[in-house]
Unconditional design. Sequence first.
Length: 267
Amino acid sequence: MHVTCVQSDITWEDKAATHAAVRAMLEAAPPPQGSLIVLPEMFSTGFSMNVEAIAEGRERSTERYMAELARQYRCGVLGGVVNRNADGMGRNEALVIGPDGAERARYHKIHPFSFGREAESYAPGGEVVTFPWAGTVIAPFVCYDLRFPEVFRHAALRGAEVLVVIACWPAVRQEHWSALLRARAIENQAFVVAVNRIGRDPKLEYAGRSTVLDPRGEILAEADDQPRPFGLELDLPHLRQYREQFPALADIHRRYLGAEGVEAATG
């Protein structure tokens, strides 16, 4: 399985400008057909609490843009979009589009970042999502979810071999980003594909450090603080061999995940 991580800067609340910048990066380094292109959280607007201004609405400009990229490159595209509930609260989502331009999966961020007041503008999601891709199972997560290992465990118990984290993770907590990504890979014996933004918004600086880790927590690829796409192959047979040789997941006591967790993981 091939992944293409697009570590990008974001023009604040300007979808057209950011779409153009991402397109230019991909044109300069086209992904191979069949790759999964991964873009950051809220990749076209930045981490804005102005839901009314940035939500997709009827135009769905970012979702249509993702579908165009998917069809152009014959790839999957996974990236962050914002929609609204009927009550006006936002939905911070990870959307997955297939090579035909059709939606494959949509994950609603379970943990709004309360410290950053995201929970005042965005409703929490309520379901771990997995989807099949290129002979494996993938689970998408969004930024602050990374601090809550239980949702990643649910994904692993539902068969996920690749855990994708899209983020606007600030530089001030960059070492947490690296440590938590490694922990999620090791404890779930899974590949972790993590794509962060770079640059600045009105409040914060972002250092990038998008990373891909193997099931042992070893770094396969890591970006610096510059905008760039990078791609690599994930060796799924290697992952399965490692899980078979060291079957730690078989020793999970599911009862400690709670009744709902056990049902979701096994149903």
